[in-house]
Write a protein that binds this ligand. Sequence first.
Ligand SMILES: Cc1ncc(C[n+]2csc(CCOP(=O)(O)OP(=O)(O)O)c2C)c(N)n1
Ligand SMILES: [Mg+2]
Length: 655
Amino acid sequence: MARKQPRPEVSRRKFLAAAAVAGATTALAPPAKAATTDGSISAPRRPSALPPTMQVAVAETATPKELPRIGGVPGSDFMVDVIKTLDIKYLPSNPASSFRAIHESLINYGGNKLPEFLTCAHEESAVGMAHGYFKVAGKPLMTLCHGTVGLQHATMAIYNAWCDRVPVIIVGGNDLDAAHRPPGVPTIHSAQDINALVRDFTKWDDTPVSLQHFAQSFVRAYKIAMTPPYGPVAISLDAGLQQEPIRNNGEKLYIPRYVPTSPPQGDSGAVKEAARLLANAQNPVIVVDRAARSENGVQLLVQLAEALQAQVIDQGGRMNFPSTHYLRRPPTVVGNADVILGLELTDFWATVNTYIDNGEHGIGVNTTKIKPETKLISINSSELLTKANYQDFQRFQSVDVSMAADAESTLPALIEAVKSAIPDDRKAAIEKRGEAARKAFAEARERTKQAAALAWDASPVSTARLVMETWAQIKDLDWSLVASSGNVSNWPRRLWPMEKYYHWLGASGGYGVGYGAPASVGAALANRDLGRFSVSIQSDGDLMYAPGVLWTAARHKIPLLAVMHNNRGYHQEVMHVQRLSNFRNRVASLGGDMGPIGTSIENPDIEYQKLAESMGWWGKGPIKDPAQLGPALKEAVAVVKSGQPALLNVWTQPR
Ligand SMILES: Cc1ncc(C[n+]2csc(CCOP(=O)(O)OP(=O)(O)O)c2C)c(N)n1
Ligand SMILES: [Mg+2]
């Protein structure tokens, strides 16, 4: 029998004392160099685990010195005073030493109110939450992040906010003064210019070097972020400036007053010309993407469409136009248009052209979708916010009347101009257009319902059934679909009666996956405060980027119903790899999974309901039988109404 090894009986105290002596000896006497037979000197053998350095040992064992108390008013208290003037309700953030001073001021001096700190497990989650929150509340949140590494984590979410025209105030801690900052980790985590990381996709940034400079920069940052086109802004916050007391050098600190900037409206001549074209068109079509910034925007669009009896294509960057309105039409109607008005389009080129990636030699084929004589009009504030590096401005499209202006605030003038431009002899023809649209709308709706009924009883559950069973459970509530990640063939926007601005919030903007989970938590937070019910369609791939946001939702009591579209894969990529295999006349290698190697999320299957439960959520699943879906959803809705977030893991068809 093997002899039992004696257990090492070393207490932590004894171990530290021994280590301290060893460390001290090492420090006093440099290790002797070992001589070899050929007379050269070789380095002494090092122990496999190095003893702690003297500094470490002393720090661990010595009696701590009385900490000095810093007199005066901390600089970061003044920063909190500045922040409080802007009525920012929450601050989702992951903690870090580079902003420890303002963190301390916010919770102790500021009472953790306006803003309230929300603990996040990832900086990307914090920014994603702010993104979703804004789209419901119309007010921005701020986040604090560790200057280098934290901001590196936050970047993709900032890019999404940039592409989606959403304001987020990002404050990054950074220790600028090389002579005074702590050596080691804090220095590794410092940079000359942290904002350089995000400069290409923020509207503005600054590095204030005095408290008065901070006050100006913060109010300016807020104002710039909140002027349409909205966008993220960044402020680098020096650790020294936060930590030092306010200097009594005769300077009287003040906080500049915030006055919102009015949004840019279209030039009056261009508005008149656009109205003339629209009023005289045989078949005008309005295409909207991020046109409505508020409920008012939705109402204005209805007025414009009805004045012209023009068909409306809603590309879904926001809920722009009610899905129940008879003028709502699918994207294909551009083909018959003689005038197209594009409002805040992300991609005008792709609205009027098609690209298919199956041309010869791997080059895509471009074809136009419209008639050659069709006139194009654009109102788009993004033209005021174009930078060179990232290509979110899309392909260049020539447009006949182009206004670099905010669509929502230009609409009142355009509606008036259209009404007065409609010639009397066209009024009857315009009315007739409306009748035809009603008929086409009713027919299209019937076709969509029939398509949704296909494979109704399939297992895994069809995406149409997933979406419509969910609808059946929430339809009598004041609901808000806060995100739909992955791809469920657009069923909610095709079949749910979306009429209010908050019924649909749009997608990520930048298509950086990992947006759905945090944005839905942020939007649910805003809805919670307004007494609304939040539901999200949550895909599997999206959730796995940073699932820690589930914990943040439970920790801060944010009710949200997450219905999973769990197709056990990155299905978008399944299709891409499959397509390439087809082009090359090869069979895609599956490696034992459902999709091509590298695209499945199975073997093992992730138990998302347990993942959610472990972080304080109610969870159920996996549901594979469609008959079980309705009752499970009913249970989940009751849980969410009681205030707890709930996740239903549903195995679904790919699309
Ligand atoms: C950060 C990031 N990584 C990778 C991609 C590429 N990508 C686009 S869609 C997708 C699949 C996402 O999976 P899931 O959320 O489950 O949606 P599904 O396609 O399965 O419906 C991926 C990986 C991306 N857009 N963003
Ligand atoms: Mg998936």
